[in-house]
Design a binder for this molecule. Structure first.
Ligand code: ATP
Ligand code: FE
Length: 333
């Protein structure tokens, strides 16, 4: 099938065209408007989606060398995400499907982050273990098939991406802070400062304690030396990153040991983190794991992963109706 997919769950407007499982185009418009506020402003995100949607879809069709008459189905992210953002993509997709008289596919965004692994080679084989680390989620998932996924662990508070962004903000880095913190960490000493690792039972995660620990630590040190942060920036970044990575690796190691799975996949924007990649490679060598990390453009929000998921759903006959509506808290099952 030739599928047009639309992604608008947060602050990136995406459209992609997939034909018979082959990606023909993948267009993303990233919203710059949120930087000045240090976080995504939902109301502004919805408005920007409305402005970007048609140009992004038009560009995706053009790059694919197709017109809307060539489409066999229209897919859209149903959730989880921001309601106002999801509504824009949802209404656009439903309207287009209705006008073209083509089937509609409603996609779970977290399933799509995982199935991003099937856009390009090398692809993991089912079953595999996936650690999804994004701006809003941290999940350990046993991926039995494209349609069957067991979430065996998740964060009880902040996501890993949030832990990066919030601690980076405390250090005065621009939003989103994750990539900035990563870059600075490369020059720092990860052993210099010690922060608590959220020790959760099972495979769950907790990152809010780290944020609080960094906040109080910086308050104390800055009172004694106002230049503490600038003077120790690289070491602070390296130490924070080391803590987050150690937390992720500990639960991943435990889940891999208990499930016996040796194919380990990363998904979500935090998969770009250099500290996480290095630590995972070392762990893989020690444990005999095979590691899978998608290209960066397929790790952060994009419509190619939504199209790929829709392709599996199309094959399985899992279609949506015009009664479908966005679900900001849609669960992964
Ligand atoms: P969700 O899917 O949970 O709603 P999202 O899709 O908006 O969240 P992503 O786009 O997958 O999130 O990832 C964005 C997050 O990844 C941000 O928190 C960002 O700081 C983080 N990130 C990106 N690159 C890096 C990096 N190199 N190091 C650490 N964090 C990073
Ligand atoms: Fe996402």
């Amino acid at each position: 099938p030739i599928i047009l997919a639309i992604e608008s769950s947060c602050d990136d407007t995406g459209a992609a065209v997939l034909a018979g499982g082959q990606l023909l185009s993948n267009v993303v418009a990233t919203q710059k408007v949120h930087e000045q506020y240090g976080g995504v402003v939902p109301e502004l995100a919805s408005r920007a989606h409305q402005q970007h949607m048609l140009p992004v879809v038009t560009a995706a069709l053009k790059q694919a060398g197709l017109t809307k008459a060539d489409l066999d189905a229209v897919a859209v992210t149903q959730g989880p995400g921001l309601l106002g953002s999801l509504l824009v993509g949802g209404m656009f997709a439903k309207t287009l499907a209705l006008a073209l008289d083509k089937p509609l596919l409603a996609v779970n965004h977290m399933r799509a982050h995982i199935l991003a692994h099937f856009i390009r080679d090398p692809k993991p084989a089912f079953p595999f273990l996936c650690l999804t680390v994004s701006g809003g989620h941290t999940q350990l998932v046993v991926v039995k098939s494209a349609m069957e996924m067991d979430v065996i662990g998740q964060t009880i508070d902040d996501a890993a991406g949030e832990a990066f962004d919030k601690t980076a903000k405390l250090l005065g880095l621009p939003y989103p802070g994750g990539p900035h913190l990563d870059k600075l960490a490369r020059q720092g000493n990860p052993e210099r400062f010690t922060f608590p690792v959220g020790a959760m039972p099972g495979y769950d995660f907790s990152f809010s304690g780290l944020k609080t620990a960094v906040l109080y630590f910086l308050k104390k040190e800055t009172a004694a030396n106002p230049d503490f942060v600038p003077e120790n920036l690289a070491d602070l970044c390296a130490s924070i990153q080391h803590t987050i990575v150690a937390t992720l690796l500990r639960q991943l190691r435990r889940a891999a040991a208990d499930t016996g799975l040796t194919q380990v996949a990363l998904a979500g924007g935090v998969a770009a983190n250099s500290g996480l990649r290095t630590a995972l490679e070392a762990e893989a060598a020690a444990q005999g794991w095979q590691v899978f990390i998608p290209e960066f453009q397929f790790c952060t929000d994009n419509a190619a992963m939504v199209a790929m998921t829709a392709h599996f759903q199309y094959e399985a006959g899992d279609f949506a109706t015009q009664l479908t509506s966005p679900d900001p808290r849609l669960k992964l099952k």
